[in-house]
Design a protein around this ligand. Structure first.
Ligand SMILES: [Zn+2]
Length: 341
């Protein structure tokens, strides 16, 4: 028998930390940090674990690695591209490289992984269980141009990225709105190792001249095999269309240009209240437009059917804000923090 205990990540957008107890083994899926400034997950009930499996390197999935000692300093399983994106200071862990698609052995269990469509080198995990299998999607998306999503295998229990709740608009429509909003120059903010390459490609395809921060230019070259010119805090000017980190102008080139002043900002990520983006958007001094990097409502419901799941646990969302999702899942919806899987 295997059990899931959601340490963090249910009920709202917060750090991803899901503990699975399977036989003698205790495995943590993701080891994220909170998104609001000063918000950190409570690890006191985790105890010693045997392994940490990382879906991808974003802060809310891997940002607590400096606290690995609090859970017994276990080995960390992740793809090599995921490890490359983790800040150097946090890389001093016992690393186990896993494939981006295929399988690996974890204490005698045949774990299956596939590309998640959300971050370069990001994966979902499937664990065989007596109850019919457990699938953890991590963050995932079916709509990225440069990052494919491998189909999920069958699983009786699906712990799925439902960050967008009832949002069902498609990236193809959102793309057009951002292309239009970029007319005349804009700083288009995104996280590292995320939507940057897709954004550059969409803006170029629409005829915009596009510049990028060096890290986004590298991602674009790796994904598309093409070059985009680089700007920095000294050379950027407000008439340019610039794709840059960080997603809410906390730091990176977007932070530097916000400090310089005179630039028009477009945001598209989750905006924590404590971030520089929040008051700008509230005051109408910056624009927020959606760009899907998580599943639409229709995707979550399709996957629940395709997996044959009889238990679906929507992660990273307050279910009270997602009435269509709750209705669509019906009896399959599981809201308990602890459940047999
Ligand atoms: Zn993510």
């Amino acid at each position: 028998m295997a059990r899931l205990k959601a340490i963090s990540g249910l009920g709202r957008k917060s750090a991803a930390l899901f503990l699975v107890e399977a036989g003698e083994q205790r495995i943590l899926f993701d080891f994220g940090d909170g998104l609001e400034p000063g918000e950190h997950p409570d690890l006191s009930e985790v105890g010693v674990v045997d392994a940490v499996c990382l879906s991808h390197a974003h802060e809310d999935h891997a940002g607590s690695l400096m606290r690995l000692g609090e859970v017994g300093s276990p080995p960390v399983y992740a793809t090599s591209r995921c490890f490359e994106q983790i800040p150097e200071a946090l890389r001093l862990v016992e690393r186990r490289i896993i494939p981006e698609r295929g399988g690996f052995d974890l204490f005698g269990m045949d774990i299956t992984v596939g590309q998640c469509g959300h971050a370069p080198g990001g994966v979902w995990f499937h664990l065989p269980t007596e109850r019919g299998g457990f699938l953890y999607s991590g963050d995932c998306s079916a709509e990225s141009e440069s990052m494919p999503l491998d189909p999920f295998p069958r699983a009786a229990t699906l712990l799925v990225d439902a960050s967008y709740g009832d949002r069902d608009s498609s990236l193809s429509d959102q793309r057009e709105a951002i292309i239009k909003a970029a007319d005349g120059g804009a700083v288009i903010c995104c996280p590292a190792a995320g939507r940057g390459a897709d954004m550059v490609q969409a803006l170029l395809s629409a005829g915009h001249a596009v510049w990028a921060e060096d890290c986004i230019a590298q991602e674009y070259e790796a994904a598309m095999g093409q070059v985009v010119p680089v700007v920095d805090g000294m050379t950027a000017c407000p008439e340019q269309v610039i794709v840059t980190t960080s997603s809410n102008a906390e730091d990176g080139l977007s932070g530097a240009l916000l400090a310089r002043g005179g630039f028009r900002f477009l945001f598209s990520s989750h905006v924590p209240k404590g971030s520089p983006a929040y008051p700008l958007i509230e005051a109408g001094e910056a624009q927020w437009l959606p760009w899907n990097v998580h599943p639409r409502l229709r995707d979550v419901l399709n996957w629940a059917d395709q997996c044959g799941a009889d238990q679906v646990i929507p992660a990273f969302i307050d279910p009270a804000s997602a009435t269509k999702l709750v209705a669509g899942l019906g009896k399959r919806l599981v809201l308990e923090r602890e459940v047999e899987i």
